[in-house]
Design a protein around this ligand. Structure first.
Ligand SMILES: *Cc1c(COP(=O)(O)O)cnc(C)c1O
Length: 376
């Protein structure tokens, strides 16, 4: 078998296909030379709010700031607790910590990789102000259960949609269930800019207005500042790029789902490999196609690397065990589902542009490994 080079994600094909559209969009920004909060940011906000089905979108400079400013707009600060998943990218928790509030980590449901609603309920205290569910890998979190807990205890819900743009529950987009939600357009996300960008989405005018002010130094009018804010504006060139790409997002989602379905049908009878799931009524957008391989994950990753196939472990260490959160006093064994996931998950190459031949090569390489293993 000849070795092929298959990166986990290759954006070059996407950018080659869109080269003319992107160049002309960037060219228009240069011609107009309105680089900060110009017409493209405003148009992108309108277009994406309509696509997702919410009243307000506010463009920001990253998904991390979207989480941070969403929480800040809700008035969360020192002394407050925010419940979130221990199995996420650290930005989810950083947004809480940077405001002086405390992230309260809970374990995941291994089927969805999202927070386990039963454990969320147990973690609520009189100090709890909000819950941040994460739609990890593009798999929708169980929003009905989370919303009912939030309602019972009077808590805000901030959805972390960094990996889930276009994912739906009962036909409704993730990001429209919570009080406010955060999106990232980091280049590798399903809708990626050519640099950093992010956004909040909400139906509440007061929250949208507050984030709008906070992103531009805490003022609604230039040089008049109601509160201390920061600079977290979405870049005009990134907005122009995102407007082009948004028009292709549904087609890309269909492409990702096609790749995922093929993996799942080819791996259906492969012993020792657990497949990602799609709960009834949900649309998974497969930001990652993540399998689980008990015991032999690292060996599989090594063998695939030797064959030129790059894979990733998202994430190798749950947040409650990160040195940055040692102060919370957690230890190994506290969150067994997330700890087991960290040791067994492996994300395979997936993108709308992954060719059938390349995917076949990945499938055969995984199969060869598991066959050799069961023969040993
Ligand atoms: C990417 C990501 C973020 C942060 O987004 P940035 O735009 O990189 O700041 C937050 N949460 C999750 C789950 C992510 O995957």
């Amino acid at each position: 078998m000849t070795v092929r080079e298959i990166p986990i994600l290759d954006l070059r094909a996407q950018h080659r296909a869109l080269e003319r559209e992107l160049s002309s969009a960037i060219g228009e920004v240069l011609a107009g030379s309105h680089f900060i909060l110009g017409p493209n940011v405003a148009a992108f906000e309108t277009e994406i709010a309509e696509y997702l089905g919410a009243h307000y979108a506010v463009g920001l400079n990253s998904g991390t700031d979207a989480l941070h400013l969403a929480l800040r707009a809700l008035g969360i600060g020192p002394g407050d607790e925010v419940i979130t998943s221990t199995f996420s990218f650290i930005a989810t928790a950083e947004a809480v910590s940077i405001l002086g509030a405390t992230p309260v980590f809970v374990d995941i449901d291994p089927r969805t990789y999202a927070l386990d609603p039963r454990l969320v309920e147990e973690a609520v205290t009189p100090r709890t102000r909000a819950i941040i569910p994460v739609h990890l890998y593009g798999t929708p979190a169980p929003m009905a259960d989370i919303l009912s807990i939030a309602r019972r205890h009077g808590l805000a819900v901030v959805e972390d949609c960094a990996q889930s743009i276009g994912a739906t529950i009962g036909g409704t987009m993730t990001g429209t269930f919570g009080t406010i939600s955060a999106f990232s357009f980091f280049p590798s996300k399903n809708l990626g800019a050519c640099g950093d960008a992010g956004m909040i989405l909400t139906d509440r005018e007061d929250l949208a207005e507050r984030v709008r002010a906070l992103r531009a130094h805490g003022g609604r009018k230039k040089y008049f500042h109601e509160e201390v804010g920061l600079n977290s504006r979405m870049d005009e060139i990134q907005a122009a790029i995102l407007r082009v790409k948004l028009r292709h997002l549904e087609e890309w989602t269909r492409g990702r789902r096609r790749v995922a379905e093929r993996y799942s049908s080819e791996f259906a009878n492969v012993a020792g490999v657990d497949l990602p799931r799609e709960e009834p009524g949900c649309r998974n957008v497969y930001h990652q196609y993540t399998i689980r391989v008990s015991g032999e994950r690292d060996a599989l990753q090594r063998v695939l690397r030797e064959r030129g196939i790059s894979t990733m472990v998202y994430y190798p260490l749950p947040l409650h065990l990160q040195p940055a959160y040692a102060g919370l006093g957690h230890k190994r064994g506290d969150m067994p589902n997330a700890e087991a996931a960290a040791e067994t998950v492996l994300s395979l190459p997936i993108s709308p542009d992954l060719s059938e031949e390349d995917q076949q090569y990945v499938i055969e390489s995984v199969r060869d490994f598991t066959t050799a293993l069961s023969a040993a």
